[in-house]
Write a protein that binds this ligand. Structure first.
Ligand code: PBG
Length: 328
C-alpha cells in the first residue's frame, strides 16, 4: 500500500478530503457600542472593532455577502451598574443593534445570536449578582447563582423581543437554561432556540475579549462559575444537564486547547455543537502573523479545519470574514 498515491495532485486530495469548511459554518462576533459612525479598533485584536449600530449593520452586509452563517452580538453599554441592567433594558445596546439588524436585508440572511451574560453590564465585571457571604474576617464576595437566573431570563426575553433569532447564555450559572426556556415560553417565544455555552472553561484565552468588551472582573476571577480546564468528565456533565434543561444547541469554548472536549461531546450527544475560537486564540495567531512566523492564510484555515474535524458543526471565530473570503 502506498498512501501517497492519493496525495499526488490537488484534485485527488480534494476528492478524498474528509472535512470541509464553508462560510456558512462560521459565526462572526460583533461588539456593539453607543454612538454613530464609531469604529474603534480593539488593540489586542487586529481587525476587530467596537462598532456603533450603523456600522454593525454595514458589517452585517459584508457578512451576508460572504455567506457567513450568523453573527454573535455583544454589547458595550453607555453605563454599568451593580446588577447589569443594561443587559435587559428595552433600549439596551444589543437590543438596539438587534432591531436595526432585523430591519436590514443582511439581517434576514444571517442567524442573529445574542450573547446572554451580565459581565459587560456590571460595574464589578462578574457574570452574575455579587453578594457578601459570611461575616467578620471570613466574609467574602460571591457570585450568587439563583438571584442571577431571573436577570439572565429577563435579558434573554428582551433580546428575543428585539429580534434575536437565538439566545446564547455564556454566564455558567446552574439552571440558567431551564430558567431562560421557561421565561421565553411564558413570554410567547416558544420558537426561540437556546444555544448554551454548555462547557466554558475559566481560560486565560479570554484576555483580549475582556479588552474588547470592557468586561474584566474588578476583583477575583471567574473560577467559581467557569470550569476548571483540567476536567473533561465535568464538561460532559455540564453538557448533559444543559440538554436536559432544554438547550437546542451547545457551544464549547475555548476551541483549540479543548478539542478533545469537542470530540467527546460529538460522540455523546445528538444536538448541534458549536465551538468558539476565542479572542486569545485569534490574538496569538495574529501576533505570530505580525512577526512573520506563521503563514496567515494557511494557519488560519488549518486552525478552523481542525475545530471542524474535532466535531464542531459550526465555529464562532473572529477570522470568519477573512476565512470566508478564501473559501468562496
Ligand atoms: C461573557 C463572555 C466571554 C467570552 C464570551 N462571552 C468572556 C468571559 O467569560 O470572560 C469570551 C470570548 C472570547 O474570548 O472571544 N461571559
Amino acid at each position: 500500500m502506498r498512501m501517497r498515491r492519493m496525495r499526488r495532485t490537488e484534485p485527488l486530495r480534494a476528492l478524498v478530503r474528509e472535512t470541509v469548511l464553508t462560510p456558512g459554518d462560521l459565526i462572526y462576533p460583533l461588539f456593539i457600542c453607543p454612538g454613530k459612525g464609531v469604529r474603534s479598533p480593539v488593540g489586542s485584536m487586529p481587525g476587530v472593532f467596537n462598532l456603533s449600530v450603523d456600522e454593525a449593520v454595514r458589517e452585517a452586509e459584508e457578512a451576508a455577502r460572504l455567506g457567513l452563517g450568523g453573527l454573535l452580538l455583544f454589547g458595550l453599554p453607555e453605563s454599568k451598574d451593580e446588577q447589569g441592567a443594561g443587559a435587559w433594558e428595552e433600549n439596551g445596546i444589543v437590543q438596539q443593534g438587534l432591531r436595526a439588524l432585523k430591519q436590514s436585508e443582511a439581517g434576514k440572511k444571517l442567524v442573529l445570536i445574542a450573547d446572554v451574560c451580565l459581565c459587560e453590564y456590571t460595574s464589578h465585571g462578574h457574570c452574575g449578582v455579587v453578594v457578601k457571604a459570611g461575616d467578620g474576617p471570613n466574609a467574602n464576595f460571591e457570585v450568587d447563582n439563583d438571584s442571577t437566573l431571573d436577570l439572565l431570563a429577563r435579558t434573554a426575553v428582551s433580546q428575543a423581543k428585539a429580534g434575536a433569532d437565538v439566545v446564547a447564555p455564556s454566564d455558567m450559572m446552574d439552571g440558567r437554561v431551564a430558567a431562560i426556556r421557561r421565561a421565553l415560553d411564558s413570554a410567547g417565544f416558544t420558537q426561540t432556540p437556546i444555544l448554551s455555552y454548555a462547557s466554558k472553561f475559566a481560560s486565560a484565552f479570554y484576555g483580549p475579549f475582556r479588552e474588547a468588551a470592557d468586561s474584566a472582573p474588578q476583583f477575583g476571577d471567574r473560577k467559581s462559575y467557569q470550569m476548571d480546564g483540567a476536567n473533561l468528565r465535568e464538561a460532559l456533565r455540564e453538557i448533559e444537564l444543559d440538554i436536559e434543561e432544554g438547550a437546542d444547541m451547545i457551544l464549547m469554548k475555548p476551541a483549540m486547547p479543548y478539542l478533545d472536549v469537542v470530540r467527546a461531546a460529538r460522540e455523546r450527544v445528538g444536538v448541534p455543537i458549536g465551538a468558539y475560537q476565542v479572542s486569545g486564540e485569534y490574538s496569538m495567531l495574529h501576533a505570530a502573523f505580525q512577526k512573520g512566523w506563521l503563514d496567515p492564510t494557511r494557519a488560519m484555515l488549518e486552525s478552523l479545519v481542525g475545530i471542524r474535524r474535532a466535531g464542531a458543526d459550526f465555529i464562532v471565530t473572529y477570522f470568519a470574514k477573512e476565512a470566508a473570503r478564501l473559501l468562496v
